[in-house]
Design a protein around this ligand. Structure first.
Ligand code: NAD
Length: 255
C-alpha cells in the first residue's frame, strides 16, 4: 500500500471532507490520528470502519485554534504510532458575514479556526518531522476562496487567502527539510458546511448552474487529491495549491 508505515493527522476529521480524507489515507495504509471537536460517537464509527479495513486510527478530541491542543495531536501521533509524516490542516468554519456586519468575535473565530490552526499545525508538525528526519507532507485544505472573492463571506476569504501565503512561504522555508507544503482548494463540496444551500432547491440549482461540471463535488473527490499529494507521485509539488473546483474559478459566459 502506498502510504504503509506513514502516520497522518487529519484535523476536523470526523465529518465532510476531513472524514473522506481520513478514509482515503487509511485505505492507502496510513495510520491516522483523527482530530475532532464534536460527536465522539461519529469518530468511533470511523475508527471501526478503519479497523475493518485492516488499518489503525485513534480519535483525539482537540480544538485546533489552541496550540496546546495541536501539540496534543502531534504527541498522540508519536506516542501511539511512533512518528508523524502527513499533516492535513482541514478543520474550518465560516460565518457568511460581510465586511459591514462581521463582529470582532466572528472575525477572531474564523481566523483562529482556519488560519491560526494551519499556521501552528504546520509549525508543530514540521518540528516533529525535522526531529525524526526524512521529510514529510503538510496539506492545507484551503478553498477556491484563497484567491476568488466571495462577497458575504469576507473573514473566511481572508483566512483562506492567508492559508495560500502560508502554503507558499512555509513551502519555501521547509523545502530544505524535504517537507512539502501544498494547498488543496475545493470548490463547492456536498458537506455539512453547505447544508443551508443543499437544503434549498432554488439556491442549489443556482449554484449547480454556476459550476462548469454542473454539480457540487463529493467529499471523496477532494480526498482523492489529498491521497495523491500524500504519496510518491507528488514528490515535486510544494508551495502551491491544487484546485479541485469543477472549473468554477474559470467559468465564463463566453463574451
Ligand atoms: P465540515 O463542517 O464537515 O468540516 C469542518 C470540520 O472542522 C468539522 O468536523 C468541525 O467539527 C471541525 N472544526 C470546526 N472547528 C474546529 C475546531 N476549533 N477544532 C477542531 N475541529 C474543528 O465541512 P467541510 O466542507 O468538510 O470543511 C472541511 C474544510 O474544507 C474546511 O476547511 C472548509 O473551509 C474547506 N472547504 C469546504 C468547501 C465546501 O464546499 N464544503 C469548499 C472549500 C473549502
Amino acid at each position: 500500500m502506498a502510504l504503509e508505515n506513514k502516520v497522518a493527522i487529519v484535523t476536523g476529521g470526523n465529518s465532510g471532507i476531513g472524514e473522506a480524507i481520513v478514509l482515503e489515507l487509511a485505505r492507502q495504509g496510513a495510520r491516522i490520528v483523527i482530530d475532532y471537536l464534536f460527536d465522539p460517537a461519529m469518530t468511533e464509527t470511523i475508527e471501526k470502519q478503519i479497523t475493518k479495513l485492516g488499518g489503525q486510527s485513534i480519535g483525539v478530541e482537540a480544538d485546533v485554534s489552541k496550540l496546546a491542543d495541536l501539540q496534543k495531536l502531534a504527541d498522540a501521533a508519536v506516542s501511539r504510532f511512533g512518528r508523524l509524516d502527513i499533516m492535513v490542516n482541514n478543520a474550518g468554519i465560516e460565518t457568511r458575514t460581510s465586511i459591514l456586519d462581521t463582529t470582532e468575535a466572528q472575525y477572531d473565530k474564523v481566523m483562529d479556526v482556519n488560519l491560526k490552526s494551519a499556521f501552528f499545525g504546520t509549525q508543530i508538525a514540521a518540528s516533529q518531522m525535522i526531529k525524526q528526519g526524512g521529510g514529510g507532507r503538510i496539506i492545507n485544505i484551503t478553498s477556491v476562496h484563497e484567491d476568488w472573492p466571495m462577497p458575504g463571506n469576507t473573514a473566511y476569504c481572508l483566512a483562506k487567502g492567508g492559508m495560500r501565503m502560508l502554503t507558499r512561504t512555509a513551502g519555501l522555508e521547509l523545502a530544505p527539510h524535504k517537507i512539502l507544503v501544498v494547498g488543496v482548494g475545493p470548490g463547492a463540496v456536498a458537506t455539512p458546511i453547505n447544508l443551508s444551500t443543499m437544503n434549498d432547491p432554488a439556491k442549489l440549482a443556482h449554484l449547480d448552474a454556476a459550476i462548469p461540471l454542473g454539480r457540487m463535488a463529493r467529499p471523496e473527490e477532494i480526498a482523492s487529491v489529498v491521497g495523491f499529494l500524500a504519496g510518491d507521485g507528488a514528490s515535486y509539488l510544494t508551495a502551491t495549491t491544487i484546485f479541485a473546483d469543477g472549473g468554477i474559478m474559470h467559468s465564463s459566459i463566453g463574451l
